[in-house]
Ligand binder design. Structure first.
Ligand code: TXA
Ligand code: MG
Length: 355
């Protein structure tokens, strides 16, 4: 057990000595959790294999699942990559700092521990003052996966990080909630056509405006053998799973509500503790009191970004009250709705009922 330092920070007025202390821990090969605009990350010196091993141990992460390196200035990528493909410049210029991770061929200084044994490396520049200051002060590239125990929902609040990692990491920076709430888009530009390996709020449409044709994960394998290999990485592990069994119901809104009410009745009859994830538009269509069922709304369908921001938090809340079955409404598979559906698909292990 480590003695985890809790470091409170105000993103608007960052205390120099606190950030310096965390930067020093990173330089010495320790591991520090910090906020980004997407989710909290668990950082370590990307070029120090011993430090990287600590991340995998703390999270219980399979060693072949590669990490994202976080930088604070575009020029920081130069020592980390073998080459910068022409098409990278436009997207770096437009979307960095921000929730876009780009995959490059890696240089020899990046240890294989960081890249999970791959010849490529994922890099992003976060859009969060605490993250940027921490990277700057430490003076090193910071590898950071999401700061959760492997397989659990990503942390969007410092409390989530502490729930999972107290005693397992050297420090946790408590720096407010992450406003996006879902992880960055992962874009592979090493092949002929760019491929989205993980959808995020930087959408295919936004990327195509800069890059021309962009493929999405599922179609990647058809075009390029290498991409097929990468494409697997994202689907290989259990992701974002709550402890409860989760069922997503997809279809017209009236049918969704009817099906969830019916499933709820069946599970309540079996004495199961049920959780319903709904939206502001449908909240009053589920009966409140009976049984042990808890109903939580993710927000309004008119503002899908609020739904994305609350998703992982809500899954964790249901775990806390030991819900056994989560029944969840789907959202329209458009723009940020695609990101929400991607995470719901993973959280439910693909358990989607179409009505
Ligand atoms: O928003 C985010 O990206 C957050 C914050 C902390 O930056 N980080 C994050 O990291 O979500 P992680 O490790 O939970 O997810 C990284 C994803 C994994 O699915 C991993 O397989 C993929 O990126 N990845 C990393 N390097 C890769 C590579 N060289 N090729 C293909 N996929 C890669
Ligand atoms: Mg993760």
């Amino acid at each position: 057990m480590k003695n985890t330092i809790i470091m409170k920070m105000d993103a608007e007025n960052i205390d120099d000595s606190s950030i310096e202390k965390c930067a020093e821990i990173l330089r010495m090969g320790g591991i520090v959790a910090f906020p980004t605009e997407t989710v909290y990350g668990l950082g370590a010196d990307a070029l120090n294999p011993e430090a990287i091993k600590k991340i995998f141990a703390a999270k219980g992460r399979p060693p072949d699942n590669p990490l994202i390196i976080h930088i604070s200035e575009t020029k920081d990528i130069l020592p980390l990559v073998k080459e910068i493909p022409d098409k990278a410049y436009g997207v770096m210029e437009k979307f960095w700092p921000g929730p876009l991770t780009i995959i490059f061929r890696k240089s020899n200084i990046v240890p294989h521990e960081t890249s999970g044994g791959l010849s490529t490396i994922a890099i992003r520049m976060p859009d969060h003052p605490i993250a940027i200051k921490l990277i700057e002060k430490s003076g090193i590239p910071i590898a950071a996966p999401s700061a959760n125990i492997s397989g659990r929902p990503s942390p969007t609040k410092a409390e989530h990080v502490m729930e999972d990692l107290m005693g397992r990491v050297d420090a946790v920076i408590v720096g407010g909630d992450c406003n996006i709430g879902v992880e960055s888009t992962v874009l592979d530009i090493t092949g002929e056509v760019p491929v989205i390996l993980r959808p995020g709020v930087i959408s295919r449409e936004m990327l195509e405006k800069v890059l021309g044709k962009v493929f999405v994960n599922s179609s990647a394998g058809k075009f390029n053998k290498t991409e097929e290999k990468f494409g697997c990485i994202n689907t290989k592990y259990v992701h974002y799973s709550p402890d409860a069994k989760m069922i997503v119901v997809q279809g017209g809104l009236d049918n969704i509500v009817a099906e969830i009410n019916e499933l709820r009745r069946k599970y309540e009859e079996k004495g199961k503790k049920v959780g319903i994830i709904c939206t502001d538009e449908t909240g009053n269509r589920y009966k409140k009191s009976a049984g042990e069922t808890t109903i939580k709304s993710l927000g309004s369908r008119k503002h899908p970004q609020t739904i994305a921001a609350d998703l992982f938090k809500t899954l964790r809340e249901f775990d806390k009250i030991d819900v056994e079955i989560i029944l969840c409404e789907s959202v329209d598979d458009m723009e940020i709705g695609q990101v929400i559906m991607d995470r719901l698909r993973k959280a439910s292990g693909g358990h989607i009922i179409k009505v």
